[in-house]
Design a protein around this ligand. Structure first.
Ligand code: G4P
Length: 527
C-alpha cells in the first residue's frame, strides 16, 4: 500500500519561454484531471508582460500564486503534482529551485518560435540534474516551422537527443491532426477550446487502413505522412524509455493546447513513462522514496502578502516516507523538533489542510521565520539534502542604508529576504560592503518595496560593475590562498560563508583561469 502510494505519484514542472503556452497546457491538464471544469480558470503564477515596471500590479498577481504554486490532481490511477514556475524571467532563480523539487519536466515550445532563451537556460538546470524531459510542440494550429527542422533545433539548442512520439499532418490552417506513434493511432484535429473531445481513432492507418487514412486526410497528406514516418524510423532509433529516464532522450509530442488537441496523448504517455519520485542525494547518504521514515526539504518560501504579519508558507518536497500532521519532526539546521498543526496540500487550485502526504508530494508549512531555502526536515536522522545550488546572478548592486535610524530593521530584512531566496547576498571580504545579486531588475524593486513595507527600512542602490559570481574548487590550497590575496578586493562571502570570486569581466575571469590552473571556477555553488 505504502509503496504503491509512492509509485503512483508524478511530480513535475512545465517550463517554457513566456507565451509558448505553459498556462494553457496546465489548464488543459487540470481539465483532464477533473480538477477544473471550464477553460480559463487557471491564472497561474504568470506575471503579465505589461506589468514589468508596475510593482503594485505584480504584488496583486502574487496573491493568486500561492494557490497555483502546486496543483495536485488524480488522473487514472495516478496522483499528479504540477509545480508551477513563475513566467517572468526576472524570477528565474525561483524556477531553478522549483526544478530541484520535481522528478521530471515537460517543456513547451512554440512551433513558430522554436527554442527560445529562457527554455535554453532552464534546460541547462535539467541537464545538470539529469531530469527526464518530454517536449510538447504547441500551437500547431498556427503557421510554424517544419517539424523536422524543429526536432533538429531542439537537439542542438537543448543539447538532448529527441524521439518524436507523435507526428503532425500539416501545420497552420491546413493542420489535420497527428499520428500517435506511441499508440499507433490517428488523431484527427477538431478545434475545441472549452471542452474535452475524444479524437477520432484509426488503429492501423499506415497499412491495412491506409485507404481510410486517405479518405480522412486526402491522398497527398496520407502519402506525406507515410514518407515522414519512414524517414523518422530511419533516422531515429526506437524509443527506449530508459534513455528518457536517464535524461538522455526527450520524447516529442505535437499539438495545440488552446484547442485541447494532443494534450490527452501527452498526458497518457506521461503518466505511463514519467518517473515516480526518485532517490535524493544528501551529504550523508542517498535517500530512497520508499524508506518508511519521513524526510523532506524546503525548496521555496512564499511570504505573506500582509505586511503586518510576517508569516510565510514553506514548501517542502517529501523525499521519503509519509508526512503526518501533528507529528514531531526534526529541523536539522536548528536542531529542534517541530510539529505542524495546519500543513496544507494543494489540490487543483485549492489549499487544504492535510493529515498525511507521501514521498513525491509537496506540503505547505505555515511558518514565522524558522525556515530557509534548503532546510531539511526528518523523523530524527541528521541529513542534509544536496541539490539546491545557488546560481551566479546576472545583475549586482551595492545595497546601502538610506535611513540611519533603521539599521537593525534593514539588516533583519535583508537576511530574511535572502533566506526566502528573493535574491543573493554577497559580502565583500575587504570592505564588508553588501552586494545583492539578482537575475533581473525587478528583483531589486521587490526587495526595496518589501524592505519598506514589511521592515520599515529604507535602502539605496549603488552601482557596481560585475560579470559573474564564481564558486571555486581546488586541490591546491596554496594556490587558492595566493589567488585570494591577489584578488582580495574581488573576494566575497556568500550567505553560507563560502568564498566567492566576483569577476568584473569575462576577460578577467579568463585571465584568472589561465594564471591559476589548479582552480576551477563555477557559476553554481554545487558542482
Ligand atoms: P505562457 O503561460 O507560456 O506564457 O503562455 P499562455 O498559456 O498564457 O499562452 C500565451 C498565448 O498563446 C495566449 O494568448 C494563448 O491563448 C495562446 N496559445 C496557447 N496555446 C495555443 C495554441 O495551441 N494555439 C494558438 N493559436 N494559441 C495558443 P494571448 O492572446 O496572449 O492570451 P489570452 O488572451 O488568450 O489569454
Amino acid at each position: 500500500m505504502f509503496d504503491s502510494e509512492i509509485g503512483r505519484r508524478r511530480t513535475f514542472a512545465i517550463i517554457s519561454h513566456p507565451d509558448a503556452g505553459k498556462t494553457t497546457l496546465t489548464e488543459k491538464l487540470l481539465l483532464y484531471g477533473g480538477a477544473i471544469h471550464v477553460a480559463g480558470a487557471v491564472k497561474s503564477n504568470k506575471i503579465k508582460k505589461t506589468a514589468t515596471s508596475d510593482w503594485m500590479e505584480i504584488e496583486k498577481q502574487r496573491g493568486i500564486s500561492v494557490a497555483t504554486s502546486v496543483m495536485g490532481f488524480e488522473y487514472r490511477d495516478y496522483k499528479i503534482n504540477i509545480l508551477d514556475t513563475p513566467g517572468h524571467q526576472d524570477f528565474a532563480e525561483d524556477t531553478f529551485r522549483t526544478l530541484t523539487a520535481v522528478d521530471s519536466v515537460i517543456i513547451v515550445i512554440d512551433a513558430a518560435k522554436g527554442v527560445e532563451t529562457q527554455t535554453r537556460r532552464l534546460m541547462e538546470v535539467c541537464r545538470m540534474r539529469k531530469t527526464p524531459v518530454m517536449v510538447f510542440v504547441n500551437k500547431m494550429d498556427r503557421e510554424g516551422k517544419d517539424p523536422f527542422d524543429l526536432l533538429d533545433e531542439i537537439e542542438q539548442e537543448l543539447k538532448i537527443s529527441v524521439r518524436p512520439l507523435s507526428w503532425p499532418i500539416n501545420i497552420g490552417a491546413k493542420f489535420k491532426g497527428v499520428y500517435n506513434i506511441y499508440r499507433q493511432t490517428l488523431d484527427l484535429y477538431t478545434p475545441n477550446k472549452q471542452t474535452i473531445s475524444e479524437s477520432f481513432k484509426l488503429t492501423d492507418p499506415l497499412n491495412t487502413e491506409f485507404d481510410v487514412l486517405q479518405q480522412y486526410v486526402g491522398e497527398q497528406d496520407a502519402d506525406k505522412l507515410r514518407q515522414d514516418l519512414e524517414l523518422i524510423n530511419g533516422v531515429y532509433a526506437d524509443f527506449d524509455v530508459n534513455d528518457y529516464l536517464k535524461g538522455d532522450l526527450a520524447p516529442v509530442f505535437f499539438g495545440s493546447a488552446l484547442n485541447t488537441f494532443g494534450v490527452k496523448e501527452l498526458l497518457d504517455c506521461f503518466v505511463e513513462i514519467a518517473p515516480s519520485p526518485r532517490p535524493v542525494e544528501s551529504l550523508e547518504r542517498k535517500v530512497v522514496p520508499t524508506e518508511p521514515a519521513f524526510t523532506g526539504f524546503v525548496f521555496k518560501i512564499h511570504a505573506n502578502m500582509d505586511p503586518n504579519h510576517r508569516s510565510c508558507i514553506a514548501f517542502v518536497k517529501i523525499c521519503s516516507g509519509k508526512f503526518e500532521r501533528n507529528v514531531y519532526y526534526h529541523h536539522v539546521r536548528l536542531g529542534k523538533d517541530m510539529r505542524f498543526s495546519a500543513p496544507t496540500a494543494f489540490m487543483a487550485q485549492k489549499k487544504e489542510t492535510v493529515d498525511e502526504a507521501y514521498a513525491g508530494d509537496i506540503v505547505g508549512l505555515p511558518d514565522t521565520g524558522n525556515f530557509k531555502i534548503g532546510d531539511t526536515l526528518t523523523a530524527g536522522e541528521i541529513l542534509h539534502f544536496k541539490g539546491l545550488p545557488s546560481f551566479s546572478p546576472e545583475m549586482f548592486k551595492y545595497i546601502e542604508n538610506a535611513d540611519p535610524m533603521k539599521q537593525k530593521q534593514l539588516e533583519k530584512g535583508i537576511h530574511q529576504l535572502m533566506d526566502e531566496g528573493v535574491a543573493q547576498l554577497f559580502v565583500n571580504q575587504a570592505t564588508g560592503r553588501k552586494i545583492i545579486g539578482t537575475v533581473g531588475q525587478l528583483q531589486f524593486e521587490v526587495i526595496q518595496y518589501r524592505l519598506e513595507h514589511e521592515y520599515q527600512a529604507k535602502c539605496r542602490w549603488e552601482p557596481i560593475s560585475l560579470y559573474k559570481a564564481c564558486w571555486m574548487e581546488t586541490d591546491d590550497e596554496r594556490e587558492l590562498d595566493n589567488f585570494k590575496k591577489r584578488k582580495a578586493q574581488y573576494m566575497a562571502y556568500d550567505k553560507e560563508g563560502r568564498d566567492v570570486f566576483l569577476a568584473d569581466s569575462q576577460y578577467v575571469l579568463n585571465m584568472a583561469q589561465q594564471d591559476f590552473q589548479h582552480i576551477k571556477f563555477h557559476f553554481t555553488s554545487e558542482f
